[in-house]
Design a protein around this ligand. Sequence first.
Ligand code: TEU
Ligand code: CA
Length: 554
Amino acid sequence: MEEKWWQRSVVYQIYPRSFQDSNGDGIGDLPGITDRLEYIRELGTDTIWLSPVYKSPNDDNGYDISDYQDIMEEFGTMSDFDALLEKAHSLGLKIVMDLVVNHSSDEHRWFVESRLSRDNPYRDYYFWRDGKDGGAPNNWGSCFGGSAWEFDERTGMYYLHLFSKKQPDLNWDNPAVRDEIFRMMDWWLQKGIDGFRMDVISLISKPEGLPDGEPRPNGYASFELCANGPHEHAYLREMNRRVLSRYDLLTVGECAGVTLEEAKSYANLDGRELSMVFQFEHMGADFHPVLGRYALQHKNLPKLKEILSRWQRELDGVAWNSLYWDNHDQPRVVSRYGSEKEEYRELSAKMLATCLHMMQGTPYVYQGEELGMTNYPWTSIDQINDIESLGNYRDFHAKGYMTEEEGVTMMRQRSRDNARTPMQWDAGPAAGFTTGTPWLPVNPNHTFLNAAEQLGRSDSVFRYYQKLIALRKELDVIVFGRYALLEPEHPDLFVYTRTLGDESLLVMCNFSEESQAYSIPSEFREAETLIANYPDPTPADTLRPWEAVVLRRR
Ligand code: TEU
Ligand code: CA
């Protein structure tokens, strides 16, 4: 199988609202991104995933699109986008757009038409159903809390929204919807973009008859019961046949509820569907068994290792992994699995980066992750913008699962807003993100945790990510080597090997603040150090707090 360009890529994810403001309104925008492209290239990442920049009322910060072929007012104009794309390509950077087609905004013209009457030509672009027993058509819950159905007075029916009520689900079973979406995708590809990240693409084929599901503690069935539906792969293969296969793209499906078995279809190396998927199993390793993500949980490293190792082993040679800790929906990994203590923050950030970037798959670096940015020290629920955090807190508070004080602690540990505070460019006001008032507060630690300071320091987290990314470009063993986990039960050490022909790597990561005894396997005792997060050589039988070492044997 010949190598695909995206198998050696490292992708940089930008959440435009929080990346760089260029006109002082406190909101990031396209010209701001264009001004920062050299920074992204210097890191060594070669592809940018742009979270949505299309017209949107911003009920879910752009993941509710009202016009797929126009740019959101606050972010600029289509000519700003064209300038960004042109400069990115001139710098050798590719642009992957965020395709949000499981749902549109309720302000999209299709939905404005659809809700006008039961016999409107656009009625079946969405899911409209009569109520049942005086309530919603079934017991499905929105990912953002509450029911997944909204009653619409005008025609006396309910419409489906797995996310917010301003994000009605599109009916992919309607061929007219697929035609519209494939035409729009091709319009963007004709402009020269280099791929798509596909939002909740695993949910587009709903179960036949929309049956009730197993209720969770909040009384509703999980939206994830829609994952991997009856026509899922047929629709993706149709998309591939009619659009994707005509270009050389990176396509990554964000697949809530995807299983390893399903991923072997979604991300199969035969190229019939997508290049890769974002799976969520490893993100769930620290979830509360009952309250899920939005509850305080403790890390369980053996569980995390088992999940990641299973995906590494079972996709090898069959399909392709994405590799991520952070994105705009996740709390910052340094706060989640590393240490915020100043003496350990950078060490743990480099350790976490090493653990991920030495695996097989395409790594994603989320804006600020390359600096070791941390969660925000929220003090009140009122500071929170995120519709998902607020909706889930509201449900749990109403059910008595969570006091307001516990809610604030939960936000500090779990809220998506932890990833959405402004990018920390320098120590100045608003961290150089804006000359105005930022839409979300800047983390106070920007006075010492910022890009300007790290660009000027050879042992910074930024410079460490730069080395990791350069190694992937250089070494086939990182891109294609076979993965094997060592010490599966160790509660604090994550140790694995990668092997390709006569060459092998030993990756040792200490996920704890304590020194851990570990004897380097004899075959690696004379091996060279490929990269390490401590300046001096690692002891032969100990891993120091948050230590990461990669040994290479040829
Ligand atoms: O996220 C899909 C999704 O499943 C999210 O609910 C995510 O898993 C969750 O936030 C983690 O707890 C995508 C986008 O990434 C997210 O920003 C949008 O809010 C959502 O779809 C709806 O478009
Ligand atoms: Ca702006």
